[in-house]
Design a binder for this molecule. Structure first.
Ligand code: ADP
Length: 167
């Protein structure tokens, strides 16, 4: 594991939809690591998505434009393979509650087994974001609720437009 001044963190996820919780974790990571790549995973097991990968990437680029050391990317396949390809030595995951823990730890152990040179780092968001999830935001939007408090402004606008179009 190289020294921390060379650390490059990969923050993988579905980001369908990007929430203020995701952004909070990213903001914290951008202050800790010299370089962070936030990447949308093409996840075949999550077939029902609100936004396409391209739309999610557009929103991510818009919402992370102010972070000088953050790059936006996407990948299919194993996270550790992508990490190796972009020379990231840390996989960053958010942890909200105990309910996240079991799955996240299982995945971290598996990734460690697949590539012991890539470490998983868990990051908690600010408490006010710890109840937020993409699926909850989508459910609220689906039933006509206002999601502006939970997602970045460009994402809220896109969610509204998508819901209008579906009417
Ligand atoms: P995935 O399908 O890989 O779980 P998500 O987009 O749902 O992708 O989440 C990406 C990462 O962000 C995961 O590590 C998840 O635990 C974390 N995360 C999601 N919502 C929050 C939140 N409100 N605060 C902190 N971390 C979060």
């Amino acid at each position: 594991m190289p020294q921390s001044d060379q650390a490059h963190a990969l923050y993988p996820g579905s980001f369908d939809v990007l929430t203020l919780g995701h952004l909070d974790v990213l903001r914290r990571a951008a202050r800790m690591f010299p370089k962070v790549t936030i990447a949308v995973a093409h996840n075949p097991s999550k077939s029902v998505s609100l936004f396409t990968v391209d739309e999610r990437l557009d929103m991510l680029r818009e919402c992370t434009a102010d972070f000088a050391n953050v790059q936006v990317d996407h990948f299919a396949g194993l996270t550790v393979d992508f990490a190796r390809r972009i020379r990231a030595n840390v996989i960053l995951r958010g942890l909200r509650a105990i309910s996240d823990f079991e799955y996240e730890l299982q995945m971290a152990m598996m990734n460690e087994s697949l590539d012991p040179d890539v470490y998983t780092v868990f990051m908690a968001p600010a408490p006010k974001f710890s109840f937020l999830s993409s699926s909850l935001v989508k459910e609220i939007a689906h039933f006509g609720g206002d999601v502006t408090e939970y997602v970045p402004a460009p994402v809220a606008a896109r969610v509204r437009a998508r819901m209008e179009a579906a009417k």
